[in-house]
Design a protein around this ligand. Sequence first.
Ligand SMILES: [Zn+2]
Length: 106
Amino acid sequence: MSETVLIPCSSCDSDHIESMKMLGRRGSRPGFKKRCSECGLSTNLYLNVEDAITAWNRRPREDALKAKVAELEKRLRPYLDAEEQLGMDLANMLIKLHAAQMQERR
Ligand SMILES: [Zn+2]
């Protein structure tokens, strides 16, 4: 078997990834999986070690989620900027109003 690098856990970033060989007792099927010994995140069960390694290193769902988050952040940016600007405008208005009220009282 070739040397294979396992990427750190996607959940806790740990490098402690263990191989587990499941014996398949009591009706469950035998196979291999990779499991993070820190947080317990694991792959599904595979018939051979290589497939378990491939599964551990492949994160299609995460990649898709990251792309979606990036897209949403990009679309949200103008609204966040507008909100921030509105907040600053409002704060400035309140400061001016307060100053005007203070002047009237004199
Ligand atoms: Zn972990």
